[in-house]
Design a protein around this ligand. Structure first.
Ligand code: ADP
Ligand code: TRP
Length: 321
């Protein structure tokens, strides 16, 4: 089975990205053929700052590698290094109805939040369809928010296959219904756009600042607390073993718990959790050229598969003469 997913390098990666996507992606590499990539062309739709995009792309690559993504076991690359993505996108535009894109929740949502849309943002789902169809992926693990994009991909593939005969594998979305959205410091979805995230590789000082800023209720020390509605508990649970979690829950249900103490413990727990990866991350940061060459190697592997599909498509639509 071929599993494929991408992540935008639009800001530093945070623990919501880690538990929501990166961790399970990295686990897939032992169970399937994994294609994982950094979607810098998608990030261009909302980030027009060259040096920042370039830095975020290299940082995201280092983060994934440090967290255990193995470039030998998997195919790991940067989207913009494989020109077949954009060529297939143009071809697919011609099999995508305007109405399909006009109904996109993600597009409508971004406009309603005041973003002035460009054509790239409107066409975003077509590039995503090309990403997936180029590699004939069977399963695409994504968050709930990407479900409609997967439906658009399936629609475009279906239209193409109907006209030209079986060409693209129709992908299945891999949405983990049990995976709760990880809250940020303020209890909203943790997101790089809301300034409420705890980034994975930050200094201990910064980590302390962030954890101390987690919003809790105004209950007094002697009050009994509710773990289920507490953002601090929701974040802590990601890092704790079942035993430690049960212990913490008990402390919530008895008088005497101080949120400040739980926060101090959480700083240590998070720091320890990422410790083995932090060393690797620091080491990679000292060797950026090596990381660039790992990504180029991944792009070469990806291109082989991409060219195979694109060649079939070019033949069918009449671009080969
Ligand atoms: P952000 O909201 O920070 O911009 P993205 O939309 O780029 O993050 O998400 C990248 C991946 O991380 C997606 O697969 C998404 O489902 C996952 N993800 C992001 N934030 C969270 C969260 N708070 N909880 C769970 N998963 C998340
Ligand atoms: N749109 C996805 C997101 O914002 C990222 C993405 C781009 C993607 N291309 C993809 C995810 C292909 C899965 C497969 O999270």
């Amino acid at each position: 089975m071929r599993v494929l997913s991408g992540i935008q390098p639009s800001g530093s990666l945070h623990i919501g990205n880690f538990f929501g996507m990166m961790k399970s992606m990295i686990e897939w590499q032992n169970k399937s053929e994994l294609y994982c990539f950094i979607v810098n062309l998608h990030a261009l739709t909302s980030l027009n700052d060259g040096p920042t995009l370039a830095k975020n792309t290299l940082d995201a690559a280092m983060d994934f590698l440090a967290l255990g993504l193995d470039p030998e076991k998997s195919v790991f690359w940067v989207q913009g290094d494989v020109p077949e993505h954009t060529e297939l996108t143009w071809i697919l535009h011609n099999f995508t109805s305007m109405g399909l894109l006009e109904r996109s929740h993600s597009y409508k949502d971004k406009i309603s939040r005041g973003l002035v849309p460009n054509h790239g943002l409107f066409a975003y789902p077509v590039l995503m369809a090309a990403d997936i169809l180029l590699y004939q992926a069977n399963l695409v693990p994504v968050g709930q928010d990407q479900k409609q994009h997967l439906e658009i991909t399936r629609d475009i593939a279906g239209t193409f296959n109907h006209i030209f005969g079986p060409t693209f594998t129709i992908p299945e979305p891999g949405i983990d219904e049990n995976l709760a959205t990880i809250p940020g410091l303020d209890g909203q979805k943790m997101s790089k756009s809301y300034n409420n995230a705890i980034n994975i590789f930050i200094s201990k000082e910064e980590l302390k600042k962030r954890v101390m800023a987690i919003v809790t209720d105004a209950k007094a020390v002697e009050d009994i607390k509710d773990p289920d509605s507490c953002h601090l508990f929701a974040i802590a649970r990601l890092f704790l073993t079942p035993d430690k979690l049960a212990e913490l829950k008990e402390r919530y249900l008895k008088p005497g718990l101080k949120y400040g103490e739980v926060k101090k413990e959480l700083v240590e727990t998070i720091w320890e959790y990422f410790a083995p990866y932090r060393e690797k991350r620091e080491d990679l940061a000292r060797r950026p050229d090596e990381v660039r060459s790992i990504m180029r190697y991944g792009a070469e592997k990806a291109r082989k598969k991409a060219q195979e599909t694109l060649e079939k498509v070019r033949e069918k639509v009449g671009l080969n003469y």
